[in-house]
Design a protein around this ligand. Structure first.
Ligand SMILES: [Zn+2]
Length: 169
């Protein structure tokens, strides 16, 4: 899914953990993609060859190998790792757990849109709703992304408004 749609989940989390720096909330939602870039750079992972059009949706010409960055088990471990590291630095249980959950939100959104999220530390089996692999699904996926970005922005904007009103007394 689009980085902006992932980041919008971070915006939605800000009112729950007002003390957490916004950049950390946004950054952790990108963890699986950042890991994927790194793993591809060193040859551990391979991206899929895909074709995208409005007639067929997203079609896979060759499969991806992304179980280190986007596997279900791997993402649970990355989420836990981020929680532990965040707690080490911040000593705040609530913020640390939310940061870990935000890492996992990336997997959930990708699971909705893609058909082939790995489960374990190997290419098969894969799971995924694969929303965008059909023409109507692709439209629904775009609507979902726009909705998430709009909702995230609105929630954050309302939060900032309320904070500045409180500061003014
Ligand atoms: Zn991803």
């Amino acid at each position: 899914m689009d980085p902006l749609a992932h980041a919008s989940i971070g915006l939605m989390a800000k009112p729950i953990v007002p003390k957490a720096p916004l950049w950390t909330l946004l950054a952790v939602t990108q963890v699986p993609d950042l890991l994927s870039f790194a793993f591809m750079a060193v040859g551990i992972e391979n991206g899929a060859t895909t074709h995208l059009d409005f007639e067929h949706g997203l079609q896979y010409l060759s499969p991806a190998s992304i179980y280190w960055s986007h596997g279900l088990l791997a993402c649970l471990i990355w989420s836990l790792a981020v929680t532990v590291v965040a707690y080490h630095f911040l000593r705040d249980r609530r913020i640390s757990v939310i940061l870990g959950l935000l890492v996992f939100s990336h997997w959930l959104l990708d699971f909705i849109v893609y058909p082939n999220m790995p489960v374990l530390f190997r290419d098969k089996p894969t799971i995924g709703i694969g929303l965008i692999t059909s023409a109507p699904g692709l439209i629904a996926g775009i609507v979902l992304e726009v909705f998430l970005i709009a909702a995230g922005t609105a929630i954050y904007w309302i939060y900032r408004k309320r904070m500045s009103l409180q500061a003014r007394g």
